[in-house]
Write a protein that binds this ligand. Structure first.
Ligand SMILES: Nc1ncnc2c1ncn2[C@@H]1O[C@H](COP(=O)(O)OP(=O)(O)OP(=O)(O)O)[C@@H](O)[C@H]1O
Ligand SMILES: [Mg+2]
Length: 487
């Protein structure tokens, strides 16, 4: 299993840096293999898809620098694939390859959005030159558009990932309200990025030169919170041996961020309301008021409205805080952001570990499609933070650039029945998921058949009417120990 202590050198040594990621979609194994060998020898990272459906699936969960598509495939024609790819993504360079070359086909392919066309037998040298040329041209163009976009919008959030409609709306709103002094209430489940957004609001305001002071209200004892917020003078209470500035004074001209605003006491709420209204306060034990100019951003993952109804949160303060509400959507409602977040966190943690970075500083780590699918299906109760932890763990544990299912945390695998939890007597646990129940049943049936077939996998596959390769996969996945025949 996972080795304890430092990993051996050969495990952490980065692979040679790649020149780009190429996807080959071709049903002919010979062509796939020869293209893979050719491209790998030139330091490209190659992904193979054996038919159109598989190829489109890969394109959904990963990004590539170039795609090579065969014209004739059993499930869909290359032209159809080309069209489908171009419907979703107009930019990724795409070369058509085929055994049946004709001018008409070439013209048709180019018309439908292919960047180039190669008919068998192609000249490997020429293919490589065109691939290299295309990838660098595309990289340059992409950098250009990104630059233009950033300039046009006048804002960009380099550390916030989110292309989903809902996140784009949030970011638009952030850019729009950042400049004002308006109080903002950020709501959202744990780990959805409330503090990150609060930070962005500050960074994009004219206050950015002044302090951003986060107050983690929930972790400061109530009786200390007031003196922490407003400061105190020497002798204000036992133990106040020197006077101390409070967060409000420190945050002057900047932004104060109240995390878990719902946890502060009614008494402190009253004082907070006063600061918001009067923009002044008195430190504990002082008779002098201090005037401040502070922007307040608050966050809560609890139903603040309900706390108001229950009398635990002042209604007037609630309305004062909630001038503008930013409601961050849970990750399960914007799953299309998952692949980009995964890439972002791979890059972040690879940089920290200086592992697996290619020449342009991009991370080369990727989840295998099966692992990626599990991430797409998971409900993410801990939202982006939970996903970040999963990726960080993968960076630490990965022993090659493509990260297999086994590296995912147990609870993700259990939910899919890829791990079956058992009690001491070997039975399924009482809270087993449907996937676990099915997997357990499948496992027993396979063992039963293997025993009947005297542990011949070929005979068992035949009797169970599945291809031998499927049976082998299941044997491995379900952790079935193969006994010697006749034992
Ligand atoms: N859209 C995003 N892009 C990149 N990183 C993100 C994004 N959203 C959240 N994160 C990261 O996820 C982690 C959790 O985010 P953050 O601390 O802002 O969440 P939170 O909503 O304040 O959580 P909590 O309610 O538990 O305090 C942080 O490391 C943050 O950088
Ligand atoms: Mg937080």
């Amino acid at each position: 299993m996972i080795p304890e202590g430092p990993l051996p050198a050969d495990v952490i040594a980065p692979e040679t840096t790649s020149r780009g990621r190429v996807l080959v979609i071709d049903d002919e194994p010979d062509i796939r293999e020869s293209l893979e060998a050719l491209l790998a020898s030139e330091n490209y990272r190659v992904d193979l898809a054996f038919n159109a459906t598989e190829g489109l699936k890969k394109l959904e969960t990963s990004t590539y620098d170039l795609v090579l598509v065969d014209l004739m495939m059993p499930d869909k024609s290359g032209m159809e694939v080309l069209e489908e790819i171009r419907l979703r993504d107009r930019e990724t360079p795409l070369f058509m390859i085929t055994a049946y070359g004709s001018i008409e086909v070439a013209v048709e392919a180019l018309k439908r959005g292919a960047n180039d066309y190669f008919a068998k037998p192609w000249d490997n040298e020429k293919l490589l030159i065109e691939i290299e040329r295309m990838i660098s041209k595309h990289r340059l163009e992409r950098e250009n558009t990104e630059l233009k976009r950033a300039l046009k919008q006048r804002y960009s959030f380099p550390n916030i990932v989110g292309k989903s409609e809902r996140m784009m709306k949030i970011l638009d709103l952030v850019a729009q309200v950042a400049a004002s002094r308006a109080t903002i209430l950020i709501t959202g489940e744990t780990g959805t990025g409330k503090e990150l957004i609060a930070n962005a609001i500050h960074a994009y305001s004219a206050r950015s030169e002044h302090p951003f002071v986060p107050v983690h209200s929930g972790s400061v004892p109530p009786d200390l919170l007031e003196s922490a917020l407003f400061g105190h003078v020497k002798g204000a209470f036992t133990g106040a041996v020197a006077s101390r500035k409070g967060y409000f004074e420190i945050a002057n001209r900047g932004t104060i961020f109240f995390d878990e605003i719902g946890t502060i006491s009614l008494e402190t709420q009253t004082k907070l309301l006063r600061v918001i209204q009067e923009r002044e306060f008195m430190p504990l034990g002082s008779t002098e008021t201090i005037r401040v100019d502070v922007r307040i951003v608050a966050a809560t993952n609890a139903e603040l409205k309900r706390a108001v109804e229950e009398g635990k949160f002042r209604e007037d303060l609630y309305y004062r805080l909630n001038v503008i509400n930013l409601a961050l959507p849970p990750l399960r409602d914007r799953k299309e952001d998952i692949p980009a977040l995964v890439d972002h966190f791979f890059a972040k943690y690879c940089k920290e570990n200086e592992k697996y970075l290619d020449a342009s500083g991009r991370s080369e780590l990727r989840f295998e499609p099966e692992a990626m699918q599990i991430l797409m299906d998971h409900l993410w109760p801990g939202n982006v933070r939970e996903l970040e932890n999963v990726v960080e763990r993968a960076v630490v544990l990965a022993s090659q650039t493509s990260v297999p299912v086994d590296v995912l945390p147990e609870h993700l695998l259990e939910a899919k029945g890829l791990r079956i939890r058992r009690d001491e007597s070997g039975h399924l646990t009482a809270d087993a998921s449907l996937f676990e129940i099915v997997a357990d049943y499948e496992r027993r049936k396979i063992i039963e058949q293997l025993e009947t077939s005297d542990w011949s996998q070929t005979a068992a596959a035949e009797a169970l009417r599945v291809p031998l390769s499927t049976l082998n996969q299941k044997i491995k996945r379900l952790n079935i120990e193969i006994r010697k025949r006749g034992s």
